[in-house]
Design a protein around this ligand. Structure first.
Ligand code: UTP
Length: 299
């Protein structure tokens, strides 16, 4: 199925407090995962799924993000003069990826508020939202599947990952009903960061969404929720409960590899996993890791 959706919104305006002091003067989305900033993986994923119009929602310290997707004349000239085409290609990788646009979120009032900042740019079309600190392994397809489901069901789509019950309190948890497809469920409710005892399921909402434009009007009227922030989860719940007006919300269950680079431990794991799989680093890193791990105590 060919999707008519072309726009991706990438919120990258959070304060990144879990990663201080690294994020004091730099957005967490710029932290390198092996040798690329996390945000470049996310933009590459959008482009791979056919979304060539990318709107990034930035906050303070936005310069590094914009600069990364812009030309850098001095560096290019210097590498050109040296004839270093390999490094020059690396510099240019992120420059010509997509048609990049930026909008500022003055105060980080929550993910819902960040998405609302995209209203003017997106207009009346369905669009994708990719969180800038969430990486989906390029070898696993998720977004294309979600885009197809959006077109097929004319509904909003979220990505779900089955997590350990002990970690559900870190996510939004979804109450679900089966559909005619094994990897798609209908969302009947959502709870932001629930205690394990009250979580409606172990299905966590992860950082990929394909939303209908009706979400903007709902976000305009969404009051601040948990943590005083305007929560996207609250707007999604309203949509899930208004199937007639909005088409409802469905979840695509993802069983691939996902890395949360906004969390310190997950970030470390992501760097190790992705580096170990790389042809240029893996052959030396893997035996070293095995030797290193053999000498470790688990406590
Ligand atoms: P997080 O809750 O992980 O981001 O938001 P945070 O607030 O920066 O994290 P900590 O807890 O302080 O470390 C998920 C995504 O939504 C964006 C973030 O940049 C991240 O990509 N976000 C969050 C915004 O763009 N604006 C906001 O107001 C909040």
């Amino acid at each position: 199925m060919t999707s008519r959706i072309t726009k991706a919104v990438i919120p990258a305006a959070g304060l990144g407090t879990r990663f201080l002091p690294a994020t004091k003067a730099m957005p967490k989305e710029m932290l390198p995962v092996v040798d690329k900033p996390a945000i470049q993986y996310v933009v590459e994923e959008a482009v791979e799924a056919g979304l060539t119009d990318v709107l990034m929602v930035t906050g303070r310290n936005k310069n590094a993000l914009e600069n990364h997707f812009d030309r850098v004349a001095e560096l290019e000239a210097s590498l050109e003069a040296k004839g270093d085409t390999v490094k020059l290609a690396k510099v240019n990788e992120s420059t010509d990826l997509a048609d990049m646009h930026y909008v500022r979120q003055g105060d980080p009032l929550g993910l819902g508020h960040a998405v609302l900042r995209a209203r003017m740019h997106v207009g009346q079309e369905p669009f994708a939202v990719l969180l800038g600190d969430d990486i989906i392994d390029a070898r696993d397809t998720l977004l294309t599947r979600m885009l197809d489901e959006q077109v097929a069901r004319d509904a909003s789509i979220v990505a779900l990952l089955e997590v350990d019950p002990d970690s559900i309190h870190l996510y939004g948890a979804a109450a679900v009903e089966p559909t005619d497809e094994p990897d798609v469920v209908r969302i009947t409710g959502m709870v932001e960061k629930p205690a394990k005892e009250v979580a409606p399921s172990n299905y966590a909402v992860i950082g990929r969404y394909v939303l209908k434009p009706e979400v903007f009007e709902i976000l305009e009227h969404t009051e601040p929720g948990k943590g005083g922030e305007i929560q996207l989860t609250d707007a999604l719940m309203t949509m899930a409960n208004d199937v007639e007006g909005t088409g409802g919300v469905f979840g695509v269950i993802f069983r691939g590899r996902r890395y949360d680079t906004g969390d310190k431990l997950d970030y470390i794991k992501a760097v190790i996993q992705l580096a170990a799989d790389r042809a240029d680093l893996g052959p030396e890193l893997r035996p070293w890791l095995v030797e290193y791990a053999a000498g470790l105590d688990t406590v």
